[in-house]
Design a protein around this ligand. Structure first.
Ligand code: SF4
Length: 329
């Protein structure tokens, strides 16, 4: 591991002021420390934010919840308000990592975790995300876990998390404080980036930007579902996951929010798929049409071609469960 400076932040303004270029914030460190040991990430300085006052889940004036950035994944998943009103979030978190990791991993850190592309972690291999301009070994290599939507010629990596997929279906906001003390709320859909020509940038954070909370809007009454398909039953990243928040009317779908994990460089949301469902009576035919629409632009790269039919099946299964219809043809 390369040597680095360490500083413990005494407050938010101290943290953002210390996080100049080539510094990184550390909280749980469950991904960052691995990356530093492998010398995939080599920050000059670590700014420890663990003593900041960001570990509360509180109710917002409009009936939503504000989850502090240092709330651990275990505490978030176990919170009664989350389990009762945002069960999709609790289930998504519990589908990720292991109990030990969830006890350390934080809400802010989970959002910032990096891809698990094998070549990103192997410093002997070319990787545009790790070393811009060096190439992408995954494109012609083993790409079982890679993207089928929104990829670019520079990078086909996926965002690996579960929590952010559920938060995307819930229309969460990310509260960010910058080094001048200004606070802005960014819709989670705009937080993570597609790779484009700059796969080295995973999200919109700039130097000194500190995630301080995630804000959930008031809960949608209806059915919330999270399904995750992976190579083993636990402690594995999603090959495909779907978070759904569906509200039924008398005999048709009143509202639908769908987000997908394991398919793209960010939690994937396509509101045209949701529009196609709203106002319609649930049926297997309708769900197949939604899957066709979602996957119209999907592209496999060899080892991950299976994700296209897999995603179709998972989406149809989730929609059947969420509409509680059994969905006749
Ligand atoms: Fe690197 Fe992205 Fe290619 Fe993986 S897919 S090798 S992260 S550029």
């Amino acid at each position: 591991m390369k040597s680095f400076h360490y500083a413990r932040a005494t407050g938010r303004s101290d943290a953002t002021a210390q996080a100049v270029k080539d510094a990184a914030f550390i909280a749980g460190g469950t991904n960052l420390l691995d990356l530093m040991k492998l010398e995939v990430m080599t920050p000059d300085k670590l700014v420890d934010i663990n003593r900041l006052d960001l570990s509360e889940i509180s109710e917002t004036d409009d009936g939503g919840l504000r989850i502090g950035a240092l709330v651990t994944n275990s505490d978030c998943a176990a919170d009664k308000r989350i389990r009762d009103d945002y069960p999709v979030l609790s289930r998504a978190i519990l589908a990720g990592a292991s109990g030990q990791l969830r006890n350390k991993a934080t809400t802010g850190g989970n959002l910032c975790q990096r891809t698990r592309c094998y070549y990103f972690y192997d410093t002997a291999m070319p990787c545009n995300k790790r070393e811009p301009g060096s190439g992408c070994q995954a494109m012609q290599g083993f790409n079982r876990i890679h993207a089928i939507l929104g990829a670019s010629d520079a990078c086909i990596a996926t965002y690996p998390g579960d929590m952010a997929v559920a938060m995307t279906a819930l229309d969460a906001l990310i509260e960010i404080e910058d080094s001048s003390g200004d606070i802005r709320n960014v819709p989670i859909q705009d937080f993570h980036r597609l790779p484009g020509d700059h796969p080295e940038k995973d999200n919109i954070l700039e130097a000194g930007d500190l995630i301080i909370a995630v804000i959930l809007p008031p809960p949608v009454k209806g059915k919330q579902v999270y399904q995750k398909v992976r190579d083993r039953a636990s402690y594995a990243f999603a090959l495909c996951s779907v978070a759904a928040v569906i509200k039924m009317g008398e005999d048709s779908i009143a509202s639908a929010a769908l987000a997908f994990g394991g398919l793209a460089h960010k939690p994937w949301r396509d509101e045209t798929v949701e529009e196609l469902l709203v106002g319609q009576r649930p049926s297997t035919k309708l769900f197949g049409k939604a899957a066709d629409h979602l996957l119209a632009g999907a592209q496999g790269y060899g080892s991950n071609d299976f994700k296209i039919p897999l995603t179709r099946r998972v989406l149809i299964s989730v929609l059947k469960e969420a509409t509680q219809t059994g969905a006749a043809a």
